[in-house]
Design a binder for this molecule. Structure first.
Ligand SMILES: *Cc1c(COP(=O)(O)O)cnc(C)c1O
Length: 442
């Protein structure tokens, strides 16, 4: 394997950027609305504002809130605005983090530490109870923090099964989880019922609103039905909401909120015995760029409620058109009843992985899911220009793969099919672990 070495001499700025631009051309093209994941495209004007705010504070360090009072102000105001948006009263507090995964990791750690202190639940004993649709970040947090992830199958409507969740509670349950909405199918779990059960038993309840925190409140204001999911429910202890998703901030910006200071207290890490001085951090990161904090603050203030409502209206219109169009194609159907702009579609007759390949040939990027097989759609404001083109290509692509039999499914499509059906889930994860090693080698 040939090592790439640090060049002896630097290259010119022109050469550097021409190389980078060349490389960029091989990436998924989100600017033209061809990708249905990874990027939340709010349009050039909003992105320019975020970029400007990010660059202005890129060098400043969020590790030093007293050195940079500007960042302290931005962060506390982002938390305050988010808490207000999510039904929080004056007592709700929180911190910003680098993303949904870190927000979830922090909420889980905080619940674990409180359970250890107040209920004597020892390291390695605690359980996190979640629907099978909850984001893998909860399993990852359990894995990192010495907890057991208990995944309860969702009901036929793809939402958390309240009875099954209730039955799975033990005296070791340190947290119950519901999503608003869940990533795979975009449906909101019955948070009211789940959080009531948790409340009655004095168990921590976390609403994962990473995806919906900055969209569901506006979708509701537009008149669409959105069930209660946030601090308006007395049993909800903590909420995660990503500003870098439907808040349209630059990546590296999420929030984790707690009903009361007495919970957040357990999140902080402080050591007073280091020769470098007293060291205290609110969340996982040490040094962190001021860019993502400033970007989040900027976009919230630039858009305001009216701006978010306009974007939500555009996205909901596109989503309704897409769902109607997809359901109108023979053999395809949208799974469950998604509340907002994230959904999946599957088929009993068409191999959806072969369909993803056919769409890829037409330069569309859709994520593949399994258990059951489906394709994932996440709608951004700028997608309103491509809805018709996508649906037309989807009709053609579906017809192309409609009559393939199993032996004709090859390449990536065959691999996805195999991964979903391998009975040995450990072998399946080892297979991916090895693939990941290959990907990250030069
Ligand atoms: C994206 C997402 C996460 C994880 O957030 P990252 O920012 O990718 O770390 C967690 N939960 C849900 C529902 C999400 O959609």
């Amino acid at each position: 394997m040939a090592r790439v070495k640090l060049p002896e001499n630097g290259c010119s700025e022109d050469e550097l950027f021409s190389q980078m631009t060349e490389n960029h051309k091989g990436d998924a093209n989100w600017k033209d609305g061809r990708t249905w994941s990874m990027v939340y495209n709010s349009g050039e004007k909003i992105m320019e504002v975020v970029k400007r705010a990010y660059l202005e504070f890129m060098v400043e360090n969020g590790l030093g809130p007293t050195t940079y009072p500007s960042l302290r102000r931005f962060e506390t105001e982002v938390i305050s605005m988010t808490a207000h948006l999510l039904g929080g009263d004056e007592a709700v507090v929180g911190t910003m983090t680098s993303g949904g995964t870190e927000s979830i990791l922090m909420a889980v750690k905080t619940a674990r530490d409180l359970a250890s202190e107040s209920r004597g639940i020892k390291l390695g004993e605690g359980e996190i109870l979640m629907p099978s649709s909850a984001h893998p970040a909860f399993c990852k947090a359990a894995h990192y923090l010495g907890l057991h992830a208990i995944q309860v199958p969702v009901g036929e409507d793809l939402r958390a099964d309240v009875q099954a969740m209730e039955h799975a509670i033990t005296d070791k349950t340190v947290m119950m989880v519901g999503s608003a909405p869940g990533y795979p199918h975009g449906v909101v779990d019955p948070i009211e019922a789940l959080s009531r059960i948790a409340h009655e038993r004095n168990i921590w309840f976390h609403t994962d609103a990473c995806l919906g925190g900055f969209l569901l409140p506006f979708v509701r204001k537009l008149g669409y039905p959105v069930p209660a999911f946030d601090f308006s429910l007395p049993g909800v202890t903590s909420v995660s909401a990503d500003v870098h998703k439907y808040g349209f901030a630059a990546k590296g910006a999420s929030t984790v909120l707690y009903r009361d200071e007495k919970y957040r207290h357990h999140q902080f890490y402080v050591t007073a015995d280091w020769s470098g001085g007293i060291y205290a951090t609110p969340a996982l990161a040490g040094a962190r760029t001021g860019g993502s904090i400033a970007g989040a603050w900027a976009v919230l203030n630039f858009l305001g409620e009216e701006g978010y409502l306009d974007l939500a209206r555009r996205m909901m219109t596109s989503t309704k058109q897409l769902i109607a169009g997809i359901n109108g194609i023979e053999g395809l159907s949208v799974l469950g009843e998604p509340e907002m702009t994230v959904f999946a579609f599957g088929s009993d007759t068409v191999n959806v992985y072969a369909l993803a390949e056919a769409l890829h040939d037409r330069k569309w990027h859709v994520e593949r899911q399994h258990l059951p097989p489906s394709l994932h759609m996440m709608v951004s404001p700028e997608h309103d220009t491509v809805v018709d083109e996508f649906l037309a290509d989807l009709i053609i692509s579906t017809d192309q793969v409609r009559h393939l039999d199993a032996s004709e499914i090859k390449g990536l499509a065959a691999m996805y099919g195999m991964m979903g059906t391998m009975p040995d889930r450990h072998a399946a994860t080892e297979f991916v672990r090895n693939a990941l090693s290959q990907l990250y080698n030069v």
